[in-house]
Design a protein around this ligand. Structure first.
Ligand SMILES: O=P(O)(O)O[C@@H]1[C@@H](OP(=O)(O)O)[C@H](OP(=O)(O)O)[C@H](O)[C@H](OP(=O)(O)O)[C@H]1OP(=O)(O)O
Ligand SMILES: Nc1ncnc2c1ncn2[C@@H]1O[C@H](COP(=O)(O)OP(=O)(O)OP(=O)(O)O)[C@@H](O)[C@H]1O
Length: 491
């Protein structure tokens, strides 16, 4: 990219999250990722450069090591003309969802990250000529904590995502509770994974987006987004999955297309080679948390059938979901066990503020930082060193709990070779595919007290709501039995 000759007309709004905004180049497979800040929060250009460089270093030295180089794209920090950034910011403003406009794109530093556009099959010379379908999934935390520090009993039965849903709906973030449960997606059991993906398609929230040729065709930006339309989605997908056959429209066609999509995505998610060092995080055969969340409709139906622990195929060790889960499980103590250790580090820093640098709280995220993450001991010897290791592991785990997976699919001709890329078959076509991870920004040390408070809020709200619901069920049953008595009495 020639940073000297930048033209805002060649770039278009692509998407944004809570902390960054992404624009995509109209022709080339690259994006620019800018940081966003609340209007009052002024950062110096030097701070922004350092922040972005830390993101690159963390991806390179930590996440690439854990997840494997095929999945992680670190990108590079680029310096852009300020005039270009200002014009770009004006150009895209009207396309931004209202709910994201509480933060402004950084137009003062001129720094951004330049990354491959993962919504198109990266860098291949013929990328422009092939139709491309891309599915982005933010799977969230895939396990139930086993830590003895957990005090709320419900946290041992219901996963955080499912509990959090109740709070999100009550606060108006989303309209309805999703049937998606991360434990189903991470189960490795095809039937459960299909259920999880269908649930995401029914209620995408911010956990699912679908792009066609780089354009968003499915997904919602906030609670006001229009209801997802499967017929429209199937219309977009039909040429990919049923290229040459005249499958008629209607509900049958929609179901067939969605089924194909779900199957292909499941296959891709279960594929992968065993590169990367997530294996270094494997914790022997000791006890592990429950494999099914009690709030998942799939789990509930299993229980009704008397199957308390489902047949568990487990995830293949090479696949990205498995590796991501291993990194998430660096959160060994749960926030309840971690918070007192964070306080220990805080007390130390209050006394010796100059030590913040030596402790690598704000970087550099280098090889030494990575090596310390591999110490999985949970025996607290009362030292700051122990507390710090657990705090850093927790931050890395939280990052893996919030990252997204991008799956790009491009149809290949029946007899063409696969250009060295893996191929996934569907019933009527074949796709060359690539899998990547995005949003691998290390969670800040400062967010730990917020995590602690939020955890309490989620659990208390869930317990209260579910308790109230249970009480309502009991009282309805009681009423029913009263009614029944009356009927019997009458008879
Ligand atoms: O706490 P959570 O689980 O709600 O996750 C936050 C996400 O909400 P979600 O539940 O996925 O809708 C939240 O996503 P949204 O802004 O809701 O799309 C962010 O990803 C946030 O991360 P950060 O503070 O921007 O680094 C996420 O915060 P972290 O907890 O990962 O720091
Ligand atoms: N390299 C990329 N290629 C294509 N699309 C991308 C890329 N990076 C980000 N995106 C798109 O931009 C969106 C926002 O990016 P990202 O998730 O990194 O934002 P964020 O603000 O850091 O997220 P969060 O809300 O989790 O903090 C993503 O959901 C994705 O759709």
């Amino acid at each position: 990219m020639d940073e000297g000759k930048m033209d805002e007309n060649e770039w278009g709004y692509h998407g944004e999250g809570n902390k960054s905004l992404v624009v995509a180049h109209a022709q080339r497979c690259v994006v620019l990722r800018f940081l966003k800040f609340p209007p009052s929060r002024k950062k110096t250009s030097e701070e922004i450069f350092q922040h972005l460089q830390n993101i690159v270093d963390f991806s390179k030295n930590v996440m690439k090591e854990f997840l494997g180089e095929t999945y992680v794209h670190c990108g590079e920090v680029v310096q852009l003309p300020l005039d270009f950034v200002k014009q770009l910011c004006l150009k895209i403003q009207s396309e931004r969802p209202e709910s994201r406009c509480d933060k402004d794109l950084d137009t003062l530093s001129g720094y951004a990250l330049c990354l491959p556009n993962l919504a198109r099959l990266q860098t291949y010379h013929f990328a422009e000529h092939r139709p491309i379908l891309c599915v982005e999934i933010k799977p969230k935390c895939g396990f139930i904590p086993l830590s003895s520090d957990v005090t709320h009993e419900v946290k041992r039965r219901v996963c955080r995502y499912c509990m959090h849903q109740h709070l999100k709906v009550a606060t108006g973030k989303w309209k309805q509770i999703s049937k998606y449960c991360p434990l189903d997606l991470y189960s490795g059991n095809k039937q459960r994974m299909h259920f999880a993906l269908k649930s995401l398609l029914q209620e995408a929230q911010n956990n699912l987006k679908i792009f066609k040729n780089g354009e968003l065709i499915y997904g919602c930006t906030d609670a006001r987004s229009p209801v997802a339309d499967w017929n429209e989605l199937a219309h977009h997908l039909k040429p990919f999955f049923f290229p040459s056959n005249g499958l008629a429209g209607g509900p049958h066609c929609t179901r067939a297309v969605i089924r194909e999509l779900v199957r292909v995505i499941t296959r891709v998610l279960l594929s992968g080679s065993d590169k990367g060092r997530a294996g270094a995080l494997r914790r022997g055969p000791g006890p592990r948390g429950p494999r099914v969340c009690e709030a998942s409709p799939f789990g509930r139906s299993l229980r009704r059938q008397g199957k308390n622990s489902p047949e568990c195929s487990g995830l293949p060790k090479g696949c990205l979901l498995y590796k991501t889960l291993q990194v998430q499980m660096l959160d060994l103590l749960d926030i309840e066990g971690l918070y007192p250790l964070y306080r220990r580090v805080e007390r130390y820093l209050e006394e010796f503020p100059e030590e913040r640098k030596t402790l690598q709280i704000d970087g550099p995220y280098d090889e030494a930082f990575y090596q310390k993450l591999l110490d999985l001991s949970t025996e607290d010897d009362g030292t700051v060193a122990f507390a710090l290791t657990k705090v850093q592991q927790y931050r890395v785990a939280m990052t893996a709990k919030d990252c997204s997976i991008m799956i790009a699919l491009s149809p290949c001709l029946q007899d063409a070779s696969s250009d060295q890329r893996p191929v996934v078959p569907s019933s009527r076509s074949r796709f060359a595919f690539s899998v990547s991870v995005l949003d691998l920004d290390l969670k800040p040390y400062e967010s730990i007290p917020h995590q602690y408070k939020l955890d309490g809020k989620i659990v208390n709200f869930y317990s209260k709501t579910v308790h109230a619901k249970d009480a309502a069920v009991v009282s309805t049953r009681f009423k029913e039995s009263e009614d029944c008595t009356l009927v019997l009495h009458k008879v």
